[in-house]
Write a protein that binds this ligand. Structure first.
Ligand code: G6P
Ligand code: ZN
Length: 543
């Protein structure tokens, strides 16, 4: 088979964001676009010669064709072996697990996570390193540099590989092993959690609904919840991955998983509801009439971790992204363990997990995970909750209330302003940055600012510094506002405003979060001039 060396020129804008490179599908399908990026990843990580990779994706439109291109490029550059999920499917956490289990040199995950898919929607590729985690900033910087100076790429002239059945085949010199995407992952879950206990819970009439949102977790959830754990058929819904996620937006939050929310707050609600996103790393947990914010979920899991076999020896530490609420911090304090605050992006947890400084990690953006892989993990989070519910015999709502009574409640909400004009969004941030030092002592919407800064992170394991990671404004009474621009959007800028207030009075724990945060919301607009800059008088999304 012939190897082609194709002349190309740099394409602008191939800088990996919060989680890999994400663009409109049509952009990715444009001439040389995918090839330039893949070549830059390969070159930026020291070449593919003799290496072993994992390859899979969330099944979105272009997933299968992109996989063929990546394989042909790896074959052309002397890679030894690629382990591919059947039908080119692999959830992000399952890919992370496979990289670790097989000792691979890295993996390519084709996904734009929770963004919609289809010819007019989004596509993405991210590269994970040998620890199974997203490439750290130093590595993505090298890839980006390559994209700016690329002159050619190498690709093998070959027919498509058949991904439809498991087994090993050859593509030129490259060994291609197609594997069942679920089996290894499911086996790991069985090691981590008490499946007998969960099985007994479900056999005893406890009902659950898992919404796979037409995305990659469908086959995983079917095999684990309905197969191994015996939940009745139909407990998992929207379980067949579809290239456009059934026309939906595969993001597990109260807005995009509204049918599930309606069911959970309706008259015939099951005991437990959950959903996961496009590539299976996000999760939403909801009890009968009780929604659990991602920040609270991390705190509850940390507080009850020893109830699950994998964590019965206790936690080494916990980590949360900076915009995530402080609920977990107080659990860590009570447990006497380390608590780390990192920038947004799972990649920042990798070093802490590798160094054994954190066992559980979580983000307000519906991500929770542990040291079992180096990605956040949706199905894992659901199993963790089920294991805790099975051990305590409590409902989600009761567990949550008990948690708040013990630790206080961090009322929390994120307001997103989407597809904002990029220049306007940047001006907002620049103006705010310029006045940060003057804010302390001033009052806005009746609240006095106690502190304000722009978050910078020094990784305690390697000393690397990440600056400009979001603006924090601390207000009286345990209130906090965080503003930052999303690093995952593909359309203009997305302004995220994170709002939080700690409440410890036992008779004030059951308010509506938007009402409980009304003064913080007003202060955010007064300080940052959100309406003035964006022309919007309300956010597009409130989580
Ligand atoms: C992805 C990343 C997360 C991140 C989230 C939001 O899911 O894996 O780590 O929290 O995107 O990022 P953004 O930059 O859009 O706020
Ligand atoms: Zn995702």
């Amino acid at each position: 088979m012939q190897i082609h060396t194709v002349k190309t020129t740099p394409i602008e804008g191939q800088k990996p964001g919060t989680s890999g490179l994400r663009k409109k599908t049509a952009v990715f399908m444009g001439p040389h676009y995918l090839e330039n990026f893949i070549q830059s990843v390969i070159t930026g990580t020291g070449g593919a010669q003799g290496k072993t990779y994992v390859l899979g994706g969330d099944g979105r439109y272009f997933n299968d064709r992109a996989a063929q291109v990546i394989l042909r490029m790896l074959a052309a550059q002397g890679a030894m072996k690629v382990i591919v999920g059947q039908n080119a499917l692999l959830s992000t956490p399952a890919a992370s697990h496979l990289i670790r289990k097989r000792g691979a040199d890295g993996g390519f995950i084709m996904s734009a996570s929770h963004n919609p898919g289809g010819p007019n929607e989004d596509f993405g590729v991210k590269f994970n390193g040998p620890n199974g985690g997203p490439a750290p900033e130093g590595m993505t910087a090298k890839m980006y540099e390559e994209t700016t100076r690329i002159t050619e790429y190498k690709i093998l002239d070959a027919q498509d590989v058949d991904f439809s059945g498991v087994g090993t085949q050859k593509l030129g010199e490259l060994e291609v092993e197609v594997v069942d995407p679920v089996a290894d992952y499911a086996a790991m879950m069985e090691d981590l959690f008490d499946f007998d206990k969960i099985r007994a819970l479900l056999a005893g009439g406890f009902t659950m609904r898992f919404d796979a949102m037409h995305a990659v977790t469908g086959p995983y959830a079917k095999a684990i919840f309905e197969g191994a754990l015996g939940a009745p058929e139909g407990s998992v819904i929207n379980a067949v991955p579809s290239p456009d996620f059934g026309g939906g937006h595969p993001d597990p939050n109260p807005i995009w998983a509204k049918p599930l929310m309606d069911e959970m707050f309706g008259p015939d609600a099951p005991d437990f509801g959950a959903a996961s996103d496009g590539d299976g790393d996000r999760n939403m947990i909801v009890g009968r009439g009780a929604y659990v914010t991602p920040s609270d979920s991390l705190a509850v899991l940390a507080a009850n971790a020893t109830l699950a076999p994998a964590y019965k020896g206790g936690l080494a530490g916990v980590a949360r992204s900076m915009p995530t609420s402080g609920a977990t911090d107080r659990v860590a304090e009570a447990l006497g363990i380390e608590c780390h605050e990192t920038p947004t992006g799972w990649k920042f947890f990798g070093n802490l997990l590798d160094a054994g400084r954190a066992t559980l990690c979580g983000e307000e953006s519906a991500g929770t995970g542990s040291d079992h892989v180096r990605e956040k993990d949706g199905v894992w989070a659901v199993l963790f909750w089920l294991n805790i519910l099975a051990e305590t015999g409590q409902s989600v709502g009761a567990l949550l209330e008990a948690h708040w009574r013990k630790f206080g409640r961090n009322y929390y909400s994120r307001h997103d302003y989407e597809a904002v004009d990029s220049a306007a969004a940047n001006t907002l941030v620049e103006e705010l940055r310029a006045k940060l030092d003057d804010l302390p002592g001033q009052s806005f919407a009746g609240l006095t600012v106690e502190g304000a800064d722009e978050f910078a992170y020094t990784d305690p394991t390697d000393g690397s510094v990440s600056e400009g990671q979001g603006i924090r404004i601390m207000l009286e009474g345990g209130r906090r506002i965080v503003l930052r621009l999303s690093g995952t959007g593909t359309d203009g800028a997305t302004l995220r405003v994170y709002l939080e207030r700690l409440e410890t009075r036992p008779d004030h724990l059951d308010h509506d979060p938007q009402e409980a945060l009304a003064d913080v919301i007003a202060a955010a607009d007064a300080i940052a001039g959100i309406t003035r800059h964006t022309g919007r008088d309300a956010p597009d999304v409130r989580t």
